[in-house]
Structure formats: structure tokens, C-alpha cells
Design a protein. Structure first.
Length: 266
């Protein structure tokens, strides 16, 4: 549906962006997880572009977007979204992010709420993992380069999907592995460093835009308890639990899409 790929200027380079759907419709921005590209949202874009102007982008350091030297911060990654909205002349948008993209959404909800119509935070948390863990991963990726990305691609299914899904849908799993294998080591490491510093636990209570939190019932990375913490902190936030691990939009697309669609209907 009138799908357009384009480039948007941001600090230090350009983002790869895909826009589809009616030009006059409300904007819905999708933000990818660490180690993936905008293609992770293919199914959601096809569905939601019927009613929304769907905007997807490769996060800085990922896919075909610019890879600037790290470390990154969420001020930088969130600023990229603001620059994207400005370039597309979108005053306010619905925003849906998963994992790292979900944290970008939280940052926007805290620091740029005037640009949001609503916020969907999926398989994410107000603090993801530990600073030590992310810094160690960043250092390993910088040291081993492409070999480290290949190792992460091999180990990622255990973090991203349930064993049953891996057995039932090997093609989806292989496609997801190809995304992380192709990510720039510097871009990946720099985003790990952003996650190492990221902690909005004391600030998410100030978010006052309509918020949906999506949790994967089997997610070992950002748990249901993490989602309940955010729901309790954010006034009026809804919580939808779907039968999936960490990349719930890929593992349980029907449940994911219905939760998002119901939320966007108000």
C-alpha cells in the first residue's frame, strides 16, 4: 500500500525509513529491538497501514541507518525519533516500540510527551538488564567483531522465542537470526552502551500519555513483573499479556496485533 523507502537526516548521518498507508491518516511509528531491522514489523505494517500512516525505521547503528561511533544514549536515540517526526512533518504520532525500541518510547514519554498521541511499550522495562552485563557485551562485540555477531545470532533464539516456536517456525527464527548477524558490530555495541546507562524507574510515573504495555508470558529478558511495575507506575496504563517470549510481535502476531488495535481504538 503506497510503500515508500526514504532517508531522513539525523545527527551524524541518515536513518533508513519506510512509510506506508494513507498520507492524511494518524501516524503510527514502530521502533525495532536490539539486533533487528525495520523488517521485524512487516506483518504489523501490512495490517495497520490500512488505517494509519505507518512509519518504520532502522534504529541508529542498525540495518542501513547510520553507524556513528559509540557510546550512544537514549537522548540520542530518542532525538532521532524527534528528527524523524520533524522531517516527515508529523506533529504527534502513536509510538510502538519493542525491547530497546520500547525503552526509546519510554524516553519519549518522559522527555517529549508533546510529540506522542499514545505509547505502546512492548517486551521492555524501565531498566533492562544490568550495566555490567551490557558493558561486557559491548566490549566483547568490539573485540571480536563479526565473529561476535555470528555468535549472538546463534544464541539469540533462546532469548527471543520459546522452544516450541523455534521448532514450529524455523523460517521465522532464521530470518531473525539473519538480522542480528548483519548488524554493524560498532552499532550493536554502541546501543548496548545506551542500555547500560538506561534507567527510567524513577521517572516513568510522570508519563501522562495513553499507554499500553505488552508483556510476553514467557519472556526471560523483560519479564511480566517488569511490565507490571510500569503499569503500576504509569497512571491509566493498560497491560496486555501475550503467549510469547521476547519478540512477541513475531511469535504471537495475532494476539499482539489485536492488543495494539484495541488500544488504538481507544
Amino acid at each position: 500500500m503506497n510503500k515508500q523507502e526514504r532517508w531522513v537526516d539525523v545527527q551524524g548521518g541518515r536513518l533508513r525509513v519506510c512509510v506506508q498507508g494513507p498520507e492524511g491518516a494518524p501516524a503510527l511509528v514502530f521502533s525495532n529491538s536490539l539486533g533487528t531491522t525495520l523488517e521485524m514489523w512487516d506483518a504489523q505494517a501490512a495490517r495497520f497501514a490500512q488505517d494509519f500512516r505507518v512509519v518504520r525505521y532502522d534504529t541508529r547503528g542498525h540495518g542501513a541507518s547510520v553507524v556513528t561511533p559509540g557510546p550512544y544514549t537514549f537522548e540520542l536515540l530518542g532525538g532521532d525519533v524527534v528528527a524523524l517526526l520533524d522531517a516527515l512533518r508529523i506533529e504527534r504520532a502513536h509510538f510502538c516500540g519493542i525491547s530497546m525500541g520500547g525503552f526509546t518510547g519510554l524516553w519519549l514519554g518522559v522527555h517529549q510527551p508533546q510529540r506522542l498521541l499514545s505509547l505502546a511499550v512492548c517486551n521492555s522495562a524501565a531498566k533492562i538488564g544490568t550495566a555490567e552485563g551490557w558493558q561486557a557485551r559491548a566490549a566483547l562485540v568490539r573485540e571480536k567483531g563479526r565473529d561476535a555477531m555470528a555468535e549472538l545470532a546463534a544464541s539469540s533464539p533462546a532469548r527471543w522465542f520459546t522452544p516450541a516456536f523455534c521448532a514450529a517456525e524455523p523460517d521465522v527464527v532464521l530470518r531473525a537470526q539473519s538480522w542480528i548477524a548483519g548488524i554493524s558490530p560498532e552499532g550493536y555495541a554502541a546501543c548496548c552502551e545506551a542500555l547500560a546507562l538506561a534507567d527510567l524507574r524513577s521517572q516513568v510515573g510522570g508519563i501522562d500519555v495513553p499507554t499500553l504495555i505488552v508483556a510476553g508470558s514467557a519472556d526471560p529478558v523483560t519479564t511480566v513483573a517488569d511490565s507490571r511495575f510500569m503499569q503500576a507506575a504509569i497512571a491509566g496504563a493498560r497491560l496486555a499479556e501475550v503467549p510469547a517470549s521476547h519478540l512477541s510481535n513475531l511469535e504471537a502476531p495475532q494476539a499482539f496485533d489485536e492488543a495494539l488495535a484495541q488500544f488504538l481504538r481507544g
